[in-house]
Structure formats: C-alpha cells, structure tokens
Ligand binder design. Structure first.
Ligand SMILES: Cc1cc2nc3c(=O)[nH]c(=O)nc-3n(C[C@H](O)[C@H](O)[C@H](O)COP(=O)(O)OP(=O)(O)OC[C@H]3O[C@@H](n4cnc5c(N)ncnc54)[C@H](O)[C@@H]3O)c2cc1C
Ligand code: SF4
Length: 422
C-alpha cells in the first residue's frame, strides 16, 4: 500500500503554476463578457482582467490589477476559499471545471516578487490629519494602505512582536508561508505606513495619540481571547487553546513542545489547522474529535479532505466531558451524543479549537458592543464614537481574510470622507 506523504512544517501544501502551466490555465478562460467571477470577490478583485493579462503574457499588468485592488493579494491568493467565491461563480463550472483563479493570482504575485516589481506608490503631497490603525491584521493593513494611497500619514500599532495578525500567528505555514505575508506587509510599508510592533493600544495610549495629533482611529483588533471549556481538568498542563497552540507552532518554527499524542477538539477550519500543524511538527498520533457530524462541521470540505488524506482521523458525535491527570493532562474523556456512549483517550496535548472572542474593547474606548463582545458599526464601518472606525473579525465575528480586506477598504473610504470634512 502506498504511504501518504506528510511533508514538513515548512513545506507548502500546494505548489504554484509555472509560466507554462499558468498560460495553459489562463487559455481555458472564456473571457466572458459579463465575467461573473469578478462579482464573486468580496474585495472587488477583477479576475477576468488579470487572467486576460496573463493570457497575453502581461504579468506586470496582472500583478497591478491584483495589488492595486487588494494590498493583501499575495496572502489572499494562498488562503481564500475560492471554491465558494470567484471560482464558484466561474462560467466554466457549467462546462467542466472552474478556472483555477486562486492559483493564477498566486502566479501573478510570485512574478511580482521574482521581478522585484513595486506597484503601489504613495502621493508625494501629504494631507492633514494623522491616522492610527489598531492591530496589524489584514483589515488594518488594508485600511492603512488605502489611506496612505490617498495621501494620509498612517501608523499601525500592533500588540505582538510581528505584524500580520492571524496571517503571521495563526494560519498554518504550509498553507501560508511567512515570506508571502511579509511581501504584502512590505507593500503597505512601501506606501510610507509606519508599523509599531509590541505596542498594545489602551485608553491611555489613545489619549497620547490624540495629543500627538492623531485625529482618526481604525480598530482591527481581531478575536484574540481564546476559550477553554468550563470542564474539570481544563487547567492541567498540556491543555491549550488553538490560539496559543498555533502561535507556539509559528513562533517555535514548527518545534512546539506537544508530546506524541495530540487531540484537537472542534470542527472548524481552526481545528483543521491545529491538527495539520501537530502532524507536520511530528506528533505520532493526531486526532480530531467533534461533537456533531462531519456534514455539520463548519470547516471547508477541502480542509477536512486534506486532513483525512493525511491519515488524521476525525471522530464525530463525541463532546468533551472532563480531563484527567496529575498536574499534566493524561486522559481525555468524552461523552457520546446519543447520551449513553463514552470514550477515554490517552493524550499528551489537548487543543481546544472551539471558538475565539474579542478581547475587552473597553480597555481601548467605550464602544457599543454586540452580545459577543464585538464592535457595532454602521454599514460604512463607523463605530458609536466619533473618529473611530472598525472592521474585520472584531466586527463580523470571524470570517475570512478577504472579508477583512473588504471591511478595511470600506472603512477607509468613510475615513477619507471624515478627514476631508474636518
Ligand atoms: C487558525 C486560523 C485559520 C484561518 N484560516 C483562514 C483561511 O484559510 N482563509 C481565510 O480567508 N481566513 C482564515 N482565517 C480567518 C482570517 O485569518 C481572519 O478572518 C482575518 O485574519 C481577520 O483579520 P483582522 O485584521 O480582522 O484580525 P487579525 O488577523 O486577528 O489581526 C488582529 C491584530 O490586532 C492585534 N491587536 C488586538 N488588540 C490590539 C490592541 N489593543 N493593540 C494593538 N494590537 C492589537 C492582534 O495582536 C492581531 O495581530 C483563519 C483564522 C484562524 C484563527
Ligand atoms: S467567469 Fe471563469 S471563464 Fe469567465 S472570465 Fe471569469 S474566470 Fe474566465
């Protein structure tokens, strides 16, 4: 029987196109008059336009179409759920299979890097009104880039050591290499945006920034308060939240301390990323346990298929009951959904990927909040406080990178209108 190739923590899960295969794929495009693919992107990228450029060997034009519309185009090319966005809308679905729009975008972004293209340039003349962006995930970085393109002076403040938010500290490296994230960040700083890392913004910092001439604020703080369930043994060593586990994996360069047997609890994409990380870091036994059925799991089907193809089992219809161990977790107990079954599994590490919540926003300002602690904004990204705007996971409760980009762009439009009116 052939053995499944597992790969390493730093090995990419999927390779990109070569110039020849990219041309071949672009040649399949029907050049539709109404290009339905273009309406499928939340951030407004026009795949029909960049595919046409690739088809006519104009890779610079392709890279420009992507980067000018979406400064995070490199990261989006790697992690967007294309199958339920632009590729789902592609006319070729009705003939054979959709154009691989995501991989073509990746090709264009790789050509941009290979030829050292610098596409975005800020206007020399600066406008009055300094702006602060809180957090450096895709929402803030996009908002900052849009404001810089419009001539405003922008500073991004990030609590962690490095910029990028979930792109740098969450998503598995094999799906999103750090070089790709860093190139997107470089495109933002090339516009003159300053990024200050290791600075957690609170109410005091806001007052200091106001005194220093900052007049508008964008909050893209994401969801970083991770949850552990309220069950016996949750405080034992070896029991981790997904946020901490994935952060350790990235920071340790794929060498996080986790022992041989790792169990991940959850059924979403975050759970899949935790299991993938554990497997790629060398854990001998990795398993996912989920309280409902596979059909009910919120993870993308492609992610589940990838996990199963690596030999990681997914046991369904079992919910966590309690954890057992002497200071350190040794066994995880489950209860069956049928009310009678139970299971006991030996473990070294248990990772709970059961959802994330916003951190306490009152530490920054007295925002209006939704019942989940996220920020309430109007359709243009305005919060209840004058001069404060927000978007991304902190507003939508946790969606996708491209939706964070779309939110950051929309808020920037409103912020420019606000700054111009002052
Ligand atoms: C494990 C995982 C896998 C995912 N996989 C995918 C995927 O495959 N495809 C996809 O499209 N989406 C995926 N997502 C979702 C996607 O990453 C998020 O929707 C997106 O990153 C949200 O962007 P954001 O800018 O709102 O916030 P974040 O990326 O969360 O960034 C917020 C930043 O704000 C910083 N911050 C918070 N508070 C403060 C403060 N007070 N002061 C300063 N800085 C602060 C945080 O440190 C963080 O760096 C995944 C998410 C996770 C967790
Ligand atoms: S919908 Fe598909 S075939 Fe039509 S232009 Fe877009 S990528 Fe090409």
């Amino acid at each position: 029987m052939s053995k499944v190739k597992i790969g390493t923590y730093f090995e990419e899960a999927q390779c990109g196109f070569t110039p020849r295969t990219a041309m071949e794929e672009a040649a399949r495009c029907l050049l539709c008059y109404d290009s339905p693919c273009s309406k499928g992107c939340p951030a407004g990228t026009d795949p029909a336009k960049f595919i046409r450029s690739i088809r006519f060997r104009n890779v610079k034009g392709a890279a420009e179409t992507i980067r000018e519309n979406n400064v995070m185009g490199g990261s989006c090319a790697m992690v967007c759920p294309y199958d339920r966005m632009c590729e789902e809308a592609c006319s070729r679905c009705g003939i054979d299979k959709p154009i691989e729009i995501g991989r073509l975008q990746r090709f264009a972004m790789e050509q941009e890097a290979a030829f050292g293209m610098k596409i975005l340039v800020a206007p020399e003349e600066k406008k009055a009104g300094k702006v602060a962006c809180i957090g450096s995930g895709p929402a803030s970085l996009t908002c900052a880039a849009e404001l810089a393109k419009a001539g405003y002076e922008v500073t991004v403040f990030e609590a962690m050591e490095k910029a990028g938010g979930v792109l740098t500290y969450g998503i598995n490296y094999s799906r999103l290499p750090q070089e790709v994230v860093d190139r997107d960040i470089q495109a933002v700083t090339d516009l003159g945006v300053e990024i200050v890392c290791g600075c957690k913004v609170d109410a005091k910092k806001i007052e200091e920034l106001k005194a220093d001439g900052y007049v508008a604020f964008f909050v893209g703080a994401g969801l970083w308060a991770a949850k552990l369930p309220d069950i016996e043994g949750a405080n034992l060593a070896g029991v981790k939240t997904a946020v901490d586990f994935l952060k350790d994996a990235r920071v340790s360069g794929g060498k996080a301390d986790m022992g041989k047997k790792v169990i991940v609890i959850g059924g979403g994409n975050v759970a899949m990323d935790c299991a993938l990380s554990a497997k790629l870091m060398g854990a001998e036994h990795v398993a996912i346990w989920y309280r409902r059925t596979i059909e009910e799991a919120p993870a993308d089907i492609a992610e589940i298929e990838h996990i199963l193809s690596l030999g990681i089992p997914m046991t369904t219809n079992f919910a966590p009951d309690f954890l057992e161990g002497d200071g350190k977790v040794e066994f995880m107990h489950f209860k069956g959904r049928d009310g009678v079954s139970s299971a006991k599994v030996q473990v070294d590490t248990v990772v709970f990927a059961i959802g994330q919540a916003p951190e306490e926003m009152a530490e920054i300002a007295e925002f209006a909040k939704n019942p989940k602690g996220g920020l309430v904004v109007d359709e243009s990204g305005k919060t209840n406080l004058e001069g404060f705007f927000a978007a991304g996971d902190i507003v939508n409760g946790g969606k996708t990178v491209v939706e964070a980009v779309a939110g950051g762009k929309a808020a920037a439009v409103e912020m420019i209108a606000y700054l111009e009116k002052r």
